[in-house]
Design a protein around this ligand. Structure first.
Ligand code: NAI
Ligand code: HPV
Length: 387
């Protein structure tokens, strides 16, 4: 039996991908083969040596100590793009909430008192406090043109907005999906200084922490709107608060509640709802469960954030899966160990990604325990499994 430990609520449609005659899936398993989670913070959590894979049913992996797991030869999988439409729709809602002052107006209407005639009178007088602006014709700056950023940019074009984007690491795949009407900004500063609304769609990492800071908020147009559906530390929240107080920013819309801005009158703070649609929860759970299962059963790696894409069709042979450091002579040493055990290689695939590599080898016979041990003890081998 293979064991999957879940953290967070994972859609049953994803969990169904693990047949119960071969898998045990639960939140209380002691020595799991794999972990499935959403936003649960795994930093500081000791995971047992039995864990061979971690699956994030979502996009961001900043809640997972990825480099620690990489050094143990444990791939971390995510579900690229599977919740992008859900986030896009909430970003569009966020732009409209800010542009039309909907939260304040709704709150005002909810607290009206008196009979209908009186309410009508109050509304016609009071509504001037909620005059907003239209999105059509305004400039939206999209920082980060990945799965979500591309969808937001294209949808904004459809709303008649001018859209500019910046992504120094834009992939060919994203470039193909992006509307040709989206203009290219030359830098973060260029983008934010030209935009009426700025929306952030970058992952949280050392390069993007406080990407939007005090000086940059100063470059923004006065009265601009900032939307953060990325992660809270991508902005310096104290600087955002100061920019709201001074009127430099009209509104800050974000998906991550925190003390600094939770109750600020000009902040619209949502409880991390970007991916909370039935569709996105199902898409993410199904995608990541399929990837984790394929890895556990066949050693194939797709959609990992720390190891290369390695997919080799199953032959009749006995499969060996090895994660190793990307240093010279790894495959040489592994094949020598196999040759000494008189094993014949039917098929082999080795790929690297940065400092790490992964190798699948199909052999004509089962690998003896001592050969496995020998391969496992080669300097630079991080993990080895027979499948
Ligand atoms: N609010 C929510 O519920 C959700 C939030 N997210 C957040 O959104 C982030 C992005 O998600 P996806 O678009 O699916 O990821 P993605 O990986 O498809 O796109 C991220 C893009 O950011 C770009 N990028 C990286 N560093 C950059 C920089 N310094 N400047 C500009 N661009 C940069 C990358 O090149 C990539 O194109 C996630 O990492 C997560 O933090 C994702 C899903 C749901
Ligand atoms: O996919 C992401 O990065 C998200 O932020 C969604 O988080 P969640 O799965 O809703 O806890």
């Amino acid at each position: 039996m293979l064991k999957i430990r879940t953290y967070n609520n994972i859609s049953p449609l994803g969990l169904e991908k693990f047949p119960r005659d071969r898998y045990e899936v639960a939140s209380e398993i002691q020595h799991p083969d794999a972990i499935l989670l959403r936003s649960f913070d795994l930093h500081g959590v000791e995971i047992p040596a039995t864990v061979k894979a971690v699956g994030r049913a979502g996009a961001g992996v900043n809640n997972i100590p990825v480099s620690e797991y990489t050094q143990r030869g444990v791939p971390v999988f995510n579900a690229p793009g599977a919740n992008a439409n859900a986030v896009k729709e909430l970003v569009l809602a966020g732009m409209l909430l800010a542009a039309r002052k909907i939260c304040d107006a709704w709150n005002y209407a909810k607290h009206l008192e008196g009979d209908d005639d009186s309410i009508h009178h109050q509304v016609e007088k009071g509504k001037k406090a909620f005059v907003g602006f239209e999105l059509t014709g305004k400039t939206l700056g999209v920082l980060g043109l990945g799965a979500i950023g591309v969808k937001v940019a294209n949808a904004a074009i459809d709303l008649g907005m001018n859209v500019i984007g910046y992504d120094p690491l834009l992939t060919v795949e994203s470039a193909w999906m992006l509307s040709s009407k989206v203009a290219r900004a030359s830098s973060v500063d260029d983008l934010i200084s030209r935009s009426d609304l700025v929306t952030l769609h970058v992952p949280l990492g050392e390069q993007t922490r406080h990407l939007i800071n005090g000086p940059r908020l100063g470059f923004m147009k006065k009265g601009a709107v900032l939307l953060n559906f990325s992660r809270s530390p991508v902005v310096d929240e104290d600087a955002v608060r100061a920019a709201l107080d001074s009127g430099q920013l009209q509104t800050y819309v974000c998906d991550f509640p925190g003390q600094a801005l939770l109750s600020h009158a000009k902040a619209i703070v949502l409880p991390h709802l970007g991916a909370s649609t039935h569709e996105a929860e199902e898409n993410c759970a199904i995608m990541v469960a399929e990837r984790v299962r394929d890895f556990l059963e066949n050693g194939n790696i797709r959609h990992s954030v720390n190891f290369p894409e390695v997919v080799m069709p199953r032959s009749q042979g006995h499969r060996l899966a090895i994660a190793n450091e990307n240093v010279p002579n790894m495959v040489g040493q592994i094949s020598s160990a196999l040759a000494e055990a008189n094993l014949n290689i039917i098929d082999l695939l080795n790929k690297s990604r940065g400092d790490y590599a992964y190798t699948l080898i199909d052999l004509n016979a089962a690998v003896p325990a001592e050969t496995l041990e020998r391969i496992g003890s080669i300097k630079g081998v991080l993990s080895v499994r027979t499948l």
